[in-house]
Write a new protein. Structure first.
Length: 337
């Protein structure tokens, strides 16, 4: 990988068996695109997944499953560095320094934490969930990432990353690259099929509201056909007044490469039923080879683990250097070997 390419970094949690359309269109698709133009690092962030209770065997299986899906979606280990977060201990180590740089009030303002902890209740919410955005900051800063491809829900965490990088640099001297958020406007927020006012989410959506990438085509088709729309009949992109239909048009356009205007013209005079049936087919056509490729990787855990081992080795080279510089800057006494 040419060294003059800007760095990109993103992480994705192995918290559910299957990724959903929001993950793919909002984030993973951008990972695939950026590996062509950037020196890209992508991590299956298993330490982040632990912020909510995980069954150990399921977490282990889901970590491989997440990796297989990223590869199936088009990540190429020759073009990017793909690794598991816990294989690179520097993430937790820099995370501690960042915890000590973050204000309690500042962390308390993270809206994703507020939403999730409100849903679970304070007693069942771990301190790990509270400091989760700070670990994310460490993930990004370790690689001097310039661009961080994510969905809209992550914007505040990237802003925190910028703030902490600037704070560290101001206090201890220039050490970290201040990253830019990379959110694609059209697909940064894909909505729940049953409630087009909220994002499609692994943890918050009802099963009917999510299209899982690994689901059988029949299951996804049924969900798409019962997507909530509105009482009109005209197929028009208008997120304010017609959020359900607009969401379907976004998914349709992105998966096919057609423009929304082209779709509006093609469906003029047709009903929502036709749009939904066709979209179900578009999703099925996209998902079939994806599922097949994911299955192939899962059937060959040695290859999968080999890819992750190589990725971790490459990631560690970069991460260790950054961590050493940060330790030095803050005044930790180096160990003598
Ligand atoms: P949860 O809602 O339980 O936090 P999630 O479904 O958001 O989980 P994550 O693993 O947190 O999944 O997200 C992985 C990536 O997918 C992130 O970059 C996130 O911004 C993006 N993403 C998640 N949901 C959507 C969505 N509905 N639309 C666009 N991007 C999304
Ligand atoms: N918090 C993110 C996952 C994540 C991430 C990162 C994203 C962890 N570390 C670093 C971008 C960069 C999420 O919940 N989707």
């Amino acid at each position: 990988m040419p060294a003059d390419r800007p760095r990109a970094f993103s992480g994705i949690q192995p918290t559910a068996g299957s990724f959903h359309l929001g993950n793919y269109l909002g984030a993973i698709r951008q990972y695939v695109a950026l590996q062509e133009t950037h020196d890209a690092f992508y991590s299956v962030v298993d330490l982040h997944a632990m912020t909510i209770p995980q069954d150990p065997a399921v977490l282990r299986a889901n970590t491989r499953l997440a990796t297989a899906q990223l590869l199936a979606a088009g990540l190429d280990p020759e073009r990017c560095t793909l690794f598991v977060q816990s294989h690179v201990p520097e993430h937790a180590q820099l995370g501690w320094l960042m915890n000590c740089l973050t204000g309690f009030g500042e962390a308390s303002r993270m809206t994703q934490f507020k939403d999730k902890s409100a849903r679970q209740g304070a007693e069942r919410t771990s301190v790990g969930l509270f400091t989760y955005p700070v670990l994310q900051v460490a993930d990004i800063l370790l690689y001097h990432a310039r661009h961080v491809p994510v969905g809209e829900d992550q914007r505040q965490h990237i802003e925190l990353t910028r703030d902490l990088a600037e704070r560290f640099n101001a206090r201890y001297g220039d050490t970290f690259t201040v990253p830019d958020v990379h959110i694609v406007k059209e697909t940064g927020k894909i909505y729940d099929l049953q409630d087009p006012a909220v994002k499609m989410s692994k943890s918050a959506s009802t099963p009917k509201g999510i299209v899982n990438l690994l689901d059988e085509p029949g299951v996804s088709a049924k969900k798409i056909r019962s997507a909530v729309t509105d009482t009109e009949t005209v197929i028009r992109f208008d997120p304010e007044r017609k959020p359900g239909v607009s969401n379907l048009l976004t998914v349709y356009a992105t998966l096919t490469g057609r423009t929304v205007a082209d779709l509006e013209a093609a469906y003029e005079g047709k009903g929502y039923g036709a749009l939904k049936t066709d979209l179900a087919q578009v999703v099925a056509d996209w998902a079939a080879p994806f599922r097949e490729r994911a299955r192939e990787y899962l059937d060959d855990p040695e290859t999968l683990d080999g890819i992750l081992a190589k990725g971790a080795e490459k990631a560690r080279t970069v991460a260790a250097e950054t961590l050493a510089a940060a330790y030095d800057r803050v005044g930790l006494l180096p160990a003598k070997h």
